[in-house]
Design a protein around this ligand. Structure first.
Ligand SMILES: *[C@@H]1O[C@H](CO)[C@@H](O)[C@H](O)[C@H]1NC(C)=O
Ligand SMILES: *[C@@H]1O[C@H](CO)[C@@H](O)[C@H](O)[C@H]1NC(C)=O
Ligand SMILES: *[C@@H]1O[C@H](CO)[C@@H](O)[C@H](O)[C@H]1NC(C)=O
Length: 582
């Protein structure tokens, strides 16, 4: 067997055409000039690029273009590859939903951090195309078909409405993995967004075209099973990981198909997201009705079929009329995942409770102040009455008045109990801001995470963390997305993740003795577990409930009990048993 990853001079057009014509068989050349890595696949070959530290194969198509008659249909596997395919640069990203920041931002807002988050989530200048089902691969420079390295597959966030794999530099993780002697492969995948990937309404449900973004991701995971060995990866050692919408996606892949992961992955990492508290596709009917009305499809017999013929610009203008996730309605998503009866036969919470969940080692955690970024859009909500109205019309339109009253009581108008948590009277930019921020934090992220840990940790190796390194950011605190800067650092969080990918344990190969060294649990004393000079990250279980806290300053990590605001989080877990968003 010959090595499958080779080197060719980037400039050698002749070699490319010879390859295309089948005159040259591989392996061929190595030179002293800058070289382009090549991977032979089926009847073709991919020509990637290298920076000397990692090799990149970018914009690899994994599905047929979801355009023309394939728009609003489940993705089909890509046709066999033939000829020489240039994968040295990114392919276009999927059409993005129009994002508008709240028109009035508080003067004390940390503009630098806000810009870092917004540009991290969303690249406004990257070229977009409906033909966007591609993935990006980074590998160590000198791998071959029998390297059999573990593989980390990244599902990006962006509220199911924006974002792309292209803005996450997998090279940082791969380079670090080589440095610490645990080389791995990184794959980032693109999936359809906004209405194109997450149509709602009974017509879309009946046509079986809900949650297309999940189908795209699943197809990409199957592509990886089939092909990653050619790039030096081991298809039996895949870890899926994602943040926000990506983490919700990871949770869904663990629960779809009755929890049968079909060997597509052996470990999972959910960063700020797990089960999404939303109901059936019909709950999004109003967005579908608006969409067909604004594309002149409303009077057609088959409205989904009509939408396939609408020019993309017109379709986008219509889909953008529905609110995006930084707007007033925030995480009450217009276009997003919902129960479809098939990929998601039931709500995420019910799937989790059923126990049919992929039994793979799991990392799960959140930022401390997740919800602040999502409360900015409703900062004009200034009285309890207005908040009651907001919660019962925008967030939980199906909830009873008494449920909403109980929610308001559990999250009182007291800035010292709101998010950013633990900041006293500070950051109260409006009388309800910290209160709503606390509600968003718990309902979308922290309570679902707590329920996941509670249900799964005694069944399957689970490690839990909280990220608190940005607590001192004005107004936002340790808000959603701020841990990404560490994960793609590199930082200690990067290393924990790489260890997890390699050893199915964030502590790496060394066994970790779990010892309880807390003087007094009630004061949440933060005494690190000291194991061989490093802080060990104990497995979570329902008795000790220990998690890792990423801290600013010293110590930079601590092991703490997962009992922060236990009363509110427990309330929210209970509340979500009976209530969900539309
Ligand atoms: C955004 O996209 C542009 C165009 O492809 C690219 O040049 C730029 O590097 C991207 N920025 C980020 C932060 O990914
Ligand atoms: C790549 O080659 C370098 C230098 O020969 C070596 O140190 C490194 O371990 C190799 N990496 C892999 C992933 O094989
Ligand atoms: C706040 O702004 C939103 C969006 O413009 C509006 O719908 C809502 O009525 C406003 N709320 C209050 C209390 O003014």
């Amino acid at each position: 067997m010959w090595p499958l990853s080779l080197s060719l001079p980037a400039s050698s057009k002749l070699v490319y055409s010879l390859l295309t014509l089948g005159f040259l068989s591989l392996p061929v050349l190595s030179t002293h000039e800058a070289t382009s890595p090549v991977v032979a696949i089926e009847q073709g070959s991919f020509i990637g690029s290298t920076d000397g530290h990692t090799n990149r194969y970018l914009g690899i198509r994994y599905a047929q273009p979801p355009t023309g008659d394939l728009r609003f249909r489940r993705p089909l596997p890509v046709e066999p590859y033939t000829g020489t395919i240039d994968v040295s640069d990114f392919a276009p990203i999927c059409p993005q939903h129009l994002i508008e920041l709240p028109s009035e931002l508080p003067p004390t807002l940390d503009v630098g951090m806000t810009l870092r988050i917004v540009t991290g989530v969303y690249n406004a200048t990257a070229p977009q195309s409906e033909d966007c089902l591609s993935l990006n691969i980074w590998t160590p420079p000198n791998v071959s078909g029998d390297s059999k390295l573990p593989v980390a597959v990244w599902i990006h966030g962006g509220g199911f409405q924006v974002g792309s794999a292209n803005q996450y530099d997998g090279g940082i993780l791969v380079r670090r993995s080589i440095e610490i002697g645990e080389p791995m492969i990184f794959v980032g995948l693109n999936y359809r967004l906004s209405a194109l990937g997450w149509l709602a309404g009974k017509e879309a449900k009946e046509a079986g075209v809900g949650n297309l973004g999940f189908f795209d991701q699943r197809l990409a995971l199957k592509w990886i099973q089939k092909n990653i060995q050619l790039f030096g990866g081991d298809p039996t050692k895949v870890t899926i990981f994602g943040e926000s919408a990506g983490a919700v996606s990871v949770a869904t892949h663990m629960m779809t198909n009755n929890g049968d992961h079909e060997g597509l992955f052996r470990a999972a990492f959910m960063e700020s997201g797990s089960t999404w508290p939303v109901g059936d596709m019909e709950g999004g009917q109003r967005w579908y009705d608006d969409l067909v009305a604004n594309t002149e499809c409303a009077d057609e017999e088959d409205t989904v079929e009509c939408l396939r013929d609408v020019p993309l610009d017109k379709l986008r203008a219509a889909m953008d009329r529905a609110p995006a996730f930084f707007s007033y309605s925030a995480l009450s998503l217009s276009w997003g995942p919902r129960t479809d009866g098939e990929f998601m036969p039931n709500s995420g919470r019910e799937l989790l409770m059923s126990g049919n969940v992929a039994k793979v080692p799991t990392l799960i955690g959140t930022c401390d102040d997740e919800g602040t970024a999502f409360a900015l859009g409703a900062a004009n909500t200034t009285t309890t009455e207005e908040l009651r109205d907001y919660l019962s019309t925008i967030v939980f339109p199906d909830a009873t008045q008494s449920s909403i009253d109980a929610l308001l009581e559990a999250y009182p108008e007291d800035p010292t109990l709101g998010a950013p948590f633990g900041t006293g009277e500070m950051n109260a930019i409006s009388p309800q801001f910290k209160r709503l921020a606390a509600i968003w934090s718990d309902l979308a992220f922290i309570a679902p995470k707590a329920l996941w840990a509670k249900k799964r940790a005694d069944i399957q190796d689970t490690w839990v963390y909280v990220h608190k390194r940005n607590k001192n950011v004005a107004v936002l605190g340790a808000t959603h997305f701020t841990d990404i800067f560490d994960l793609f650092g590199p930082s200690d969080m990067t290393d924990h993740f790489i260890h997890f990918v390699s050893y199915l344990n964030p502590n790496g190969g060394a066994p970790v003795e779990v010892q309880t060294v807390f003087d007094d649990l009630s004061t949440h004393s933060q005494v690190p577990l000291n194991i061989g000079g490093a802080v060990g990250w104990p497995r979570y279980n329902s008795a000790t409930k220990l998690k890792l806290a990423y801290m600013a300053g010293s110590p930079s990590v601590s092991v703490v009990p997962d009992t922060d605001r236990e009363k509110q989080v427990t309330f929210m877990m209970k509340f979500l048993e009976e209530n969900q968003m539309r």
